[in-house]
Design a protein around this ligand. Structure first.
Ligand code: IPM
Ligand code: MG
Length: 360
């Protein structure tokens, strides 16, 4: 089969990690007889530098002409929050998610066997294993609500960000979570702040309606503050965690750290139609950009998710994941995951070693 992939290399370490992921894609093509073709798409701070805005005209159309999108990372101090919105990389990221209708963000946080020592939690906790799937609502809530900033008479400047959710938005993400749970350990934890927020009370009522439709799936409500605590106390209790946009942003970073390094975790953003967008959950790490130090594994595992969720190629996805595990089991580490005394390898060598295992 032939698949066309939009490549958004982005800023900071983005181009380096995407470079390694492309090597892996080509290795998968060679091994399994697929042809992957690439379409370069400019987005982020690099787009601001090149054409004056982070989300150039026609970006969504270019991506829609592809079967999937692979994104490295966007952002950096050069395009900070003091810059106008159209120049900021984050604006572009939110816009592409919205324009492609990518309302479901899947962020798996699993402790890989070879990395058990990297779990910062107590040994007994790590030994229980961690394998959860964060399902984050991605195109609604406070990230997309009305914002305002205005002068008041007596309180100086004031700013507001509106958080709104419709039943329809909640139901479609909820369904994704229950369907995924059916393929896993059949448990859904829905995270909200229903003791305070009206949006959370609506969220909870929709989730309860869905829970009744999926009696084979165990269901629980978890308040977001308690969830933050449970993630470091006993993350092994979670299977599928479903939550709104901002809670999911925060909790997925926390969950990633519990598995050892944010450099290992991939993500998939999907909607009701193609293309899905695949990206590591880490950022652009401008401090180590261009030094061959970044960990490409999260991006490479994002390619595995692309195989699984966009192309329905589970054998190809498994092969990539197995190659990553084999390289880690051999003891190879990039600097972010190197145990004391271990000499780290660079970005390119990590990519090459994973390709060798794939083709070996
Ligand atoms: C993420 C990032 C983005 C988000 C930022 C860069 C806008 O933190 O993908 O988690 O908050 O969604
Ligand atoms: Mg984030």
């Amino acid at each position: 089969m032939e698949y066309k992939i939009a490549l958004i290399r982005g800023d900071g370490i983005g181009p380096e990690v995407v470079g390694e992921a492309v090597k892996v894609l080509n290795a998968v093509g060679e091994k399994f007889g697929h042809t992957f073709t690439y379409e370069e798409v400019l987005l982020g701070g690099c787009a601001t530098d090149a054409v004056g805005k982070s989300y150039p005209d026609g970006t969504a159309e270019k991506c829609k002409a592809c079967d999937a999108v692979l994104l490295g990372a966007v952002g950096g101090p050069k395009w900070g929050s003091d810059k106008p919105a159209e120049q900021r990389p984050e604006t572009a990221l939110l816009a592409i998610r919205k324009d492609l209708g990518l309302y479901a963000n899947l962020r798996p946080a699993a402790l890989r066997t070879a990395m058990a020592g990297a779990c910062p939690l107590k040994k007994e906790t790590a030994e229980k294993g961690i394998d959860l799937m964060m399902v984050r609502e991605l195109t609604g809530g406070i990230y997309f609500g009305k914002r305002d900033k205005y002068q008041t008479e007596d309180r100086g400047m004031e700013a507001t960000d509106l958080m709104a959710y419709s039943e329809k938005e909640i139901e479609r993400i909820g369904r994704r979570a229950f369907e995924l749970a059916r393929l896993r350990r059949k448990k859904v934890s829905s995270v909200d702040k229903a003791n305070v927020l009206e949006t959370s009370r609506l969220w909870r009522s929709v989730m309860h309606r869905l829970a009744a439709e999926y009696p084979d799936v165990q269901y629980e409500d978890v308040l977001v503050d308690n969830c933050a605590m449970q993630l470091v106390r006993d993350p092994g209790q979670f299977d599928v965690v479903v939550t709104e946009n901002m809670f999911g942003d925060i909790l997925s970073d926390e969950a990633s750290m519990v598995t050892g390094s944010i450099g290992l975790l991939p993500s998939a953003s999907i909607g009701d139609s193609a293309p899905g967008l695949y990206e590591p959950i880490h950022g652009s790490a401008p401090d180590i950009a261009g030094q061959d130090k970044a960990n490409p594994i999260a991006t490479i595992l994002s390619v595995a998710m692309m195989m699984r969720y966009s192309f329905h190629l589970p054998a190809e996805a498994d092969a990539i994941e197995r190659a990553v595990d084999a390289v880690l089991a051999d003891g190879w580490r990039t600097a972010d995951i190197a145990e004391p005394g271990v000499t780290p390898i660079g970005t390119r060598q990590m990519g090459d070693r994973i390709c060798q295992k794939l083709l070996g």
